[in-house]
Design a protein around this ligand. Structure first.
Ligand code: HEM
Ligand code: HEM
Length: 202
């Protein structure tokens, strides 16, 4: 018997000659179901995202990233307060401890980490959907670099909590590099936004 499944959206052709085997009980039946599933998912993948959704989604990433820049600066402020709390003495220290800056920084840092990883992947996905390719330029490379740096910086958390000073200083250096690169991303990102707007107008 010959089974032929064609999922034209993917140009995926799946031909199978299973004379004898198809008829041989359970294995053949599972194979048949597998082919049906393939046909079904082939159709799902063929679903086209509407043009307007594709075009407007290009503004989601810049908006998210401006919010994230604000959150990163807030995380920096909370981190500086942790240092102030540690070095303060007497009444001033008691007051600062009430701020629970270490907890708040950890929570804000975790949010920044998650949004940066998802935002970066999202930026690439949207670029790919709209252009059929990625642009290996400063924005992509700095973006991927920042995503790697923040993962490394967050991975130092257990060591910082054990009181390792080298981990604290590494964390600070990595995050200052991230904040600096963020400024650069905002400039190159807005240049891309401008190009998208020009393309939409023309
Ligand atoms: C833009 C992002 C960030 C900046 C600017 C930043 C900055 C800082 C600074 C200045 C400190 C104080 C270091 C010290 O104790 O001397 C600190 C501590 C710390 N950060 Fe971050 N950080 C960022 C993101 C993160 C992330 C993503 C995580 C983890 C998910 C994280 C977890 C921690 C922890 C656990 C500490 C130690 C707190 C303590 O001593 O109890 N930070 N950070
Ligand atoms: C305010 C800051 C930012 C703005 C305004 C911005 C804007 C943009 C725009 C308009 C695109 C192109 C989307 C498209 O073509 O459909 C893009 C792509 C991208 N963005 Fe951002 N972005 C910013 C920050 C960031 C940050 C912080 C990261 C990473 C941590 C990042 C990572 C990426 C990546 C990886 C791409 C895909 C680039 C490519 O493949 O060509 N962006 N961004």
């Amino acid at each position: 018997m010959l089974i032929f499944v064609k999922c034209s959206g993917l140009q995926l052709r799946f031909a199978s000659v299973c004379i004898g085997w198809y008829g041989s009980g359970r294995a053949g039946l599972f194979y048949f179901y597998f082919l049906l599933l393939l046909q079904y998912y082939g159709r799902v993948i063929m679903f086209e995202i509407p043009e307007s959704v594709k075009v407007w989604s290009q503004f989601g990433h810049p908006v998210l990233m401006w919010v994230l820049l604000g959150l990163s600066l807030y995380a920096l402020y909370l981190g500086v307060q942790i240092r102030r709390t540690r070095s303060a003495e007497g009444e001033a220290k008691k007051e600062l401890i009430k701020g629970k800056f270490n907890n708040r920084h950890y929570q804000m840092g975790s949010l920044v980490l998650a949004l940066m990883v998802l935002g970066s992947i999202g930026g690439m996905a949207i670029t790919y959907l709209n252009n059929g390719k990625l642009f290996v330029g400063p924005h992509l490379l700095a973006g991927l670099g920042m995503t790697g740096l923040i993962a490394t910086s967050a991975a130092l958390s257990p060591l910082m909590q054990k009181g390792q000073d080298w981990a604290r200083y590494t964390h600070i250096v990595l995050n200052l590099a991230i904040v600096g690169l963020f400024g650069w991303q905002a400039v190159t990102g807005m240049q891309i936004v401008q190009r998208i707007l020009e393309r939409m107008a023309g």
